[in-house]
Design a protein around this ligand. Sequence first.
Ligand code: NAG
Ligand code: NAG
Ligand code: NAG
Ligand code: NAG
Ligand code: NAG
Length: 809
Amino acid sequence: MAAMSVIGIDFGNESCYVAVAKAGGIETIANDYSLRATPSYVAFSGKNRILGVAAKNQQVTNMKNTVYGLKRLLGRKYHDPQVQREKQFLPFKLLETSTGFVGIKVNYLNEEYTFSPEQCLAMLLTKLKDISATALQTQVNDCVISVPSYFTNNERKALLDSASIAGLNVLRLFNETTATALAYGIYKQDLPGPDEKPRNVVFVDCGHASLQVAACAFHKGKLRMLATAADSHLGGRDFDLILAEYFCKEFQSKYRIDAKSNARAFIRLLAEVEKLKKQMSANSTTLHLNIECFMEDKDVHSEMKRADMEALCDSLLQRVEKTLHQCLEQSGLALEDVHSVEVVGGSTRIPALKALIEKVFHRTPSTTINQDEAVSRGCALQCAMLSPAVRVREFSVTDTQSYPIALSWDASGDGEAPGEIEVFPMNHAVPFSKMLTFYRREPFSICASYIGNVPYLDRNIGMWTVKDIHPTADGKSQKVKVKARINLHGIMNISSASLIESKESPETDGPEENQEKSNENSEPPQNETSNGQPEEEEKKEKKKKQVVKSTELPIESLTVGFSQVEINQYTEQEFKMIAADRQEKERADARNALEEYVYELRGKLTSEDDLATFVLESDRDNLVRQLDDMENWLYEEGEDCNRQVYQDKLTELKNKGEPIQVRRLEFDLRPTIIEEFCRTLQLTDKIVHQFRAKDPKYAHITEEDMKKVDHAISQNLKWLEQIRSQLNSTPKYLPPPITIAQIRQERSNFENTVSPIINKPAPKPESPPKDAKENEKEGGDNTEQKQANENNESTQNNVQDENMEWSTT
Ligand SMILES: *[C@@H]1O[C@H](CO)[C@@H](O)[C@H](O)[C@H]1NC(C)=O
Ligand SMILES: *[C@@H]1O[C@H](CO)[C@@H](O)[C@H](O)[C@H]1NC(C)=O
Ligand SMILES: *[C@@H]1O[C@H](CO)[C@@H](O)[C@H](O)[C@H]1NC(C)=O
Ligand SMILES: *[C@@H]1O[C@H](CO)[C@@H](O)[C@H](O)[C@H]1NC(C)=O
Ligand SMILES: *[C@@H]1O[C@H](CO)[C@@H](O)[C@H](O)[C@H]1NC(C)=O
């Protein structure tokens, strides 16, 4: 059975990390470039897709078809302000699809393609899955993927759709903040006990594109999120943008060039500015920025020091401070209740950010967790906890809801007013279910939407219509219970609706209703909320002993995201693209193999130390000419053939090259093989001499047998003499008159002849009287063993490795 693996994926705006939970602990997986960070980039070419590191590496030469920044586009409409804001900086083409969502237009396989951000993310996930499968040598299906805590319902659904297309089974979408907190908590041995005051830790995560601050309460084996605050447009890249804008202006006046008009130049500037920013974090002196041949053949130079950067980015820093305060306030913690502040994410290396943390929390930020890998490690841990495949220490995680959700419903036929309630208030725990009671005579709809300050254009989460409701026989409304649920992924659903019919009964007391509740005991705290309908009546009914019958009602849902049909269609398309990429890779590999062979063989053929003397000069010249032609062909009409063409050409060349290489190999190995055979003959000859000298060791061998041995020795010595002279008179460029294999065979024949004679066991000595039985056996073995030892360094040794089945018979 193949081992199952559970992985955690930190899906970042700029790069992704994958961690795996194993019996021995958590490991971060390195990708095909031996890097732990895989850029969140996918690119398209005329022949294939290019994913991860390779995609980012070719970006500058393929700007329009290199896609990144997906995290910001996922599940959003084209006219969403966030999408419009991103669009200014993205060099590839975004368009509005017929459904109002984002399409990404690229040139792939020399045709125009429009992919959704979800599909592009699926491609990236395919790559991460592939990296993991290669590193772990096993298929990967179950995973936990991180999301920013501020991701809304629709963004979460979009991410899940991407994972489905990539064939990943997501056990949980895990908040980045919560993942970090878990990675922190699980290895802490000194967390307070259940009756003690919790340890409250604040996590500040500032990455490439956003800032998240979370307050979390820890007990032994337990964490509870108290509050999260985020600024979803405040990350390292926002600092880079401000610096880049500054330099653009400077270059405009200094060099009369407009870097913003040239996407390629701007991307280069951003990369240089990012480097400068990192240097400024470590060094407060004035540092230089130099870019050669930046635009219009002009080199550009400038300089900046940390204090200048802090002044330029003051507005960002103010927002950082605001977010820190916001989290502290929401958590309800007093400053002295905060045990420590942990920083993660690359951008928390900016000194001004650390200074702000000290200013707000009166504490030096600590870095006890891995700044870049904490999120992926937390996800891997969570995945291990949720999967039966790996066992890890249990750690209970209670997450909270950051945007309040309200449900609203339309008026009922009998004059009941439309209504709205806040079902999941801010900081409510998730996952969670709530039951709502309605009295209806006809189908009705419930809408869920965000209330409060959500960073998403559309507050609507979904609409669910509960069907198959009819009036009772006497025309009255029926009681309908509806379950609203926020699942482990943080996605809201009306997950069930049932018709509750009660009849008075003399005996029973409504077991069905209890049963209905116990079905949900997999979910944490359950609260029952009535929508304002007479609850007392319900209580009275209960006292009167009722039989309650519950019938499941069908629900029709209208939510964003792909339908199953669409997911299947995209999955199929992804499969096709994977197959096409594989085919292209095999084709390229076959071409490379041919090209490599051409270079290798030609190099060897023209080297006097290598193959040059093992081929007739005229043959060699012909072959070298053929190799030259092949090289030219590879760069001209042979540039783009299918795999078989390259393979056939390689076989053709090998048929010519290999005999030469074999001659060289024979030539190199032959002396040793002959030498070994000679040695065997000499050692055997020594035994013959010992026999003649009446060595008692060989007293049991007959004269006649020993003659056979002697004869075999002289025969083979003669044979060796012969072949030596034959070989000496054969030029190196001709096939050798005798091969290594033949020499080996000859030696093996010799050994088969002599070994039964010289290794014949001596007759057993008298057994000592005590422990007769056991010793007899052992004694016998010992004799053989002894003889073997004595014969070691002699034929025995050789016979054994050449002729495995030799025996004393
Ligand atoms: C800071 O940069 C300057 C100029 O490049 C250099 O001379 C100095 O050694 C650097 N200091 C540190 C602490 O890296
Ligand atoms: C993640 O955190 C956010 C903000 O605290 C919250 O809204 C969301 O429900 C959480 N999601 C999950 C799956 O725990
Ligand atoms: C919502 O609930 C329905 C009914 O239980 C279920 O079929 C569906 O998969 C759920 N949708 C989500 C997004 O969880
Ligand atoms: C659950 O309901 C009780 C009253 O029924 C209420 O006091 C409590 O705040 C509710 N809890 C949550 C988490 O909504
Ligand atoms: C023979 O000697 C070699 C090394 O001296 C040793 O490794 C090997 O086990 C010996 N063989 C026998 C049969 O004793």
